[in-house]
Design a protein around this ligand. Structure first.
Ligand code: DX5
Ligand code: ZN
Length: 221
């Protein structure tokens, strides 16, 4: 969780027949320290991705920080499995109805970092009960379910609002954005107060991935 600004390539944009190779491509890119792993259940989001076994198998070959994003209706049922698989941060969504605070406590009690996430249409106020309980706040900048979508500029004011809470109250959590993040939208998010940038398509398709990372992570932008 250390660097001021972090790019987290989203392996959802990798080759799903050769995910380990996509992971190595990310890991071999200078500056990359995190990998974002999108877990989808086909209920909370209209898509399916991969599960704990895939994460565990990828874990064995990587030293990257595993940032796991659970887009699940019932994430509390899978926390143990993802902890065992080697997740180092687990982010859950605020929208579904399940014991969220208890789930965050369970993640933290295992020594894994925890995050709470809201979709573009969800008011930031839904985050308020969890601000003392998390290490990361994830603001979706697309409606979750698929990579390659267009960035939602209407989320920028939400980033600013959450960043103002952090400033006012001295919270230490990271502000992560996810969806349609490229150099242009990523710098807009930085301007608004985000410090952690999930990038799937823009990262994997970029002709110079190290340059992509250095631009978004440089401290004197
Ligand atoms: C979307 C996922 C995102 C997605 C980002 O539901 O949560 O992490 O993979 O992909 P891009 O960067 O291609 O929008
Ligand atoms: Zn994600």
């Amino acid at each position: 969780m250390s660097k001021p600004f972090i790019v987290a390539p989203s392996i959802l944009a990798g080759n799903h027949a050769r995910l380990a190779e996509s992971l190595v491509q990310a890991e071999e890119t200078e500056g990359v320290s995190w990998i974002h792993l999108d877990i989808m259940d086909g209920h909370f989001v209209p898509n399916l991705s991969f599960g704990p076994q895939t994460v565990a198998d990828l874990r064995g070959g990587s030293n990257l920080f595993f940032d796991v994003h659970l887009m699940l209706d019932n994430p509390h049922l899978y926390i143990d499995a993802f902890i065992k698989a080697g997740a180092q941060n687990i982010t859950i969504h605020a929208e579904p109805d399940y014991p969220k605070a208890e789930t965050l406590r369970q993640i933290r009690a295992s020594g894994v970092k925890c995050g709470i996430c809201i979709n573009p249409g969800t008011p930031v106020e839904m985050l308020e009960p969890y601000l003392e309980a998390v290490d990361l706040i994830l603001l979706m900048t697309v409606q979750p379910g698929f990579g390659g979508q267009s960035f939602r500029e209407d989320v920028l004011p939400k980033i600013e609002k959450v960043a103002s809470w952090r400033q006012q109250h001295g919270y230490k959590w990271r502000i992560e954005v996810d969806g349609g993040v490229n150099l242009e939208t990523g710098l807009q998010c930085r301007e608004a107060g985000a410090d952690t940038f999930v990038a799937g398509t823009a990262f994997f398709k970029h002709p110079d991935r190290a340059q992509f990372v250095s631009i978004l992570e440089k401290q004197d932008a």
